[in-house]
Design a protein around this ligand. Structure first.
Ligand code: FEO
Ligand code: CA
Ligand code: CA
Length: 650
């Protein structure tokens, strides 16, 4: 929505659990003592790694985290400067082309996008959705065949792009916004602009990319039938008045070792409200931050599913990870309850000891980081006709001040999760995941966003985009408007285990305004999207809030951007800057890393510096990508290539 306050920034976690800031402060003190220095930036324990504040960094090294040893330069491009332009900038020698912007028909002959936003809800259901977010490129097989099974899917010139559409901006989606009378048609258009797009894309002879028809092209949105699976599937709270439908606020994602896509439901709470005047929020509604009255989207006025008084259970059907098989267009998306019900940002899937492991962030201030570990090797589970995501254990992270951490199991009957404490069964633990995590003593974090891995070292990274709910006055970054990236290594590299070592990879922000910022390279704020590529580089995408973007205090950071980091040297280099009002999110590439796909989300959204788009003036902030006064800004995927055809970033 176009409000100035980002709802993720407001904590709805009243538990007494320790905030990450307290733990970080204690960790910094310990490292400082060990290293014999008094430093504010006791981050990263690479002996000899160059960094901005090397003099203040304790020379301590933990065995597992110091294992990141490579010497070959990982980056070969010249960094781009900060920008406030209404366009995309990439390094010299690179091109960026726009592909599948919002409203693109998913089949040839489908309804064309109308630049005055006059497309109907029925049109929107067969057009690319709004606000592109997490994304993955699923290559076709080597011979360009789109078959779903058999053969190696490693085509560098053709495949399926599968991408999320997180939310909608009323001022841009329909000709008259949400002012005046609410109609079901308007609500439906918003609903159909959410969800997921599956689209076939192909490289042309001239090297550029285009979308095209395929039997796999489809849209999944708020009214698409879905099913539930796993331990909570039969919970009575998942039985609402209508059959299960839809996925909402699809933020980031993961892709499984068996070739499916998992979309994550993040701020689903903002769509559930009521027209009733006297509704008192339940404990669960409070814990997940549901409004007590009406919502900004106003769906509850015309669609009873979203009225928490008329249909109190529908809300429990959201907040899940949803598995989609992009190569089976007739398949029904499945909500995998074993991964818990929170505000899922993304899920990073790894394989360890043959088992599937999924790391998940719950993106709200003061929430937690989770891990799901499959109970047996995923191939054998699939051979039995079951899903590896239905059988396993969900854990939540506790970060201890000595630089170690523990994964705490969220298992009915273990620890405090007993009948005596009011827990009914495992389904109850999963439906009330946040409460279960409170009970076991997880560590509150500054808005966990994406999690990824450096495949060269096994180090895991999570972006903590910002935070201000830390209760500790000793928190060195309280408030923490520009976030940091945390890194950890599972003990012995075993991701199925329950202990790890952690440190801080970088404290982001403008070093000229905050002496604690320790970026070795180009300045950025609020890391969000994150991808560890096969060469061991870390791609960082930023989402500095539009409420602060480009106001005086933060003007040195410019528009949101994508950077590349060398995890060993920790050099961070700016690779891309986006147009006004956008965030950069979603990143994937062809197997040969010669084509990269990146999403430009919400160009033209309200900013403090440039104003507020309205139905009468949708281009108040940006008119990217068309730059047509009679049009409006559109989220889009961009395709990045090197003019010499070589590997991106090298
Ligand atoms: Fe949808 Fe937390 O970003
Ligand atoms: Ca995000
Ligand atoms: Ca964000």
């Amino acid at each position: 929505m176009t409000e100035q306050i980002d709802i993720d920034d407001i904590s709805s976690n009243p538990s007494p659990n320790r905030h990450f800031g307290e733990v970080l402060e204690a960790n910094i003190s310990r490292r400082s003592v060990l290293g014999g220095t008094i430093g504010v930036a006791a981050v990263g324990f690479f002996a000899g790694a160059p960094m901005a504040q090397a003099a203040t960094v304790p020379a301590t090294t933990t065995t597992s985290l110091a294992a990141d040893k490579h010497r070959r330069p990982l980056m070969g491009f010249k960094s781009v400067p900060v920008s406030k332009d209404d366009t995309v900038h990439v390094p010299e020698g690179y091109t960026a082309e726009v592909l599948i912007p919002w409203g693109t028909p998913i089949h040839s002959g489908g309804p064309a996008w109308k630049k005055n936003a006059a497309n109907t809800s029925r049109d929107q259901a067969v057009q690319v959705g709004f606000n592109h977010d997490g994304m993955h490129f699923f290559p076709f097989d080597t011979r360009g065949r789109m078959k779903s099974r058999g053969g190696k899917h490693d085509n560098n010139g053709a495949g399926l792009l599968v991408l999320n559409h997180e939310y909608t901006d009323p001022a841009l989606l329909t000709p008259d916004g949400l002012e005046g009378e609410m109609t079901l048609e308007k609500a439906r258009k918003h609903q159909h602009a959410h969800g997921v797009t599956v689209m076939s894309v192909r490289q042309k002879r001239d090297g550029s990319w285009a979308h095209g028809d395929s039997p796999f092209n489809r849209r999944i949105h708020v009214n698409t039938p879905v099913t539930f699976s796993g331990p909570a599937a039969g919970d009575p709270r998942l039985k609402a008045k209508t059959p299960p439908r839809g996925t909402l606020n699809n933020c980031s994602m993961g892709h499984t070792p068996w070739g499916t896509y998992v979309t994550c439901e993040e701020n689903w709470n903002q769509y559930f409200g009521t027209t009733a005047k006297d509704h008192k929020a339940t404990d669960e509604e409070k814990r997940y931050g549901l409004p007590t009255g009406g919502t900004e989207y106003r769906w509850e006025e015309v669609d009873e599913r979203f009225d928490i008084v008329k249909d109190p259970n529908e809300q429990y059907r959201f907040g899940w990870c949803v598995e989609i098989d992009p190569f089976d267009p007739d398949s029904t998306p499945v909500k995998r309850t074993a991964l818990g019900r929170v505000k899922h940002e993304n899920c990073y899937f790894a394989e360890s000891r043959g088992r599937v492991v999924s790391y998940n962030g719950d993106d709200q201030d003061g929430e937690y980081i989770y891990k799901f570990v499959g109970s047996s090797p995923w191939r054998s589970v699939r051979a039995r006709g079951k899903s590896p995501l239905d059988e396993g254990t969900l854990y939540v992270a506790r970060f201890d001040e000595d630089g170690t951490g523990v994964w705490l199991p969220l298992v009915f009957g273990q620890g405090p999760l007993t009948k005596a404490n009011g827990w009914k069964d495992q389904a109850d633990v999963l439906v009330r995941t946040r409460r279960a995590a409170d009970a076991v003593g997880a560590t509150k974090m500054d808005r966990p966003e994406w999690i990824t891995e450096n495949p060269k070292t096994g180090h895991l990274f999570c972006t903590l985009t910002n935070g201000k709910s830390g209760p500790s006055p000793a928190n060195p970054r309280k408030p923490n408007p520009y976030g940091h990236i945390i890194r950890w290594m599972e003990t012995g590299g075993d991701k199925t285990g329950t202990t790890f070592e952690w440190d801080i990879f970088v404290l982001a922000g403008d070093p000229t305004k905050d002496p604690m910022v320790n970026i070795n390279g180009d300045a950025f704020g609020s890391p969000d999207g994150l991808w560890g590529d096969p060469l061991g580089r870390l791609w960082i995408e930023t989402d500095v809030s539009n409420s602060t973007q480009n106001i005086k205090e933060y003007e040195n950071l410019g528009n949101n951007q994508m950077l590349c980091a060398d995890p060993h040297t920790r050099e961070i280099r700016r690779f891309l800057t986006g147009p006004r009002g956008c965030e950069i999110t979603g990143v994937s590439a062809t197997p040969d890393l010669r084509t990269m796909f990146v999403n430009i989300q919400h160009p033209g959204e309200e900013t403090k510096a440039w104003g507020k788009p309205t139905p009468a003036n949708p281009n108040a902030v940006s008119s990217w990508p068309e730059h047509d006064k009679s049009s409006r800004p559109r989220s889009a995927t961009i395709v990045i290539r090197r003019k010499d055809g070589e590997i991106i970033g090298s």
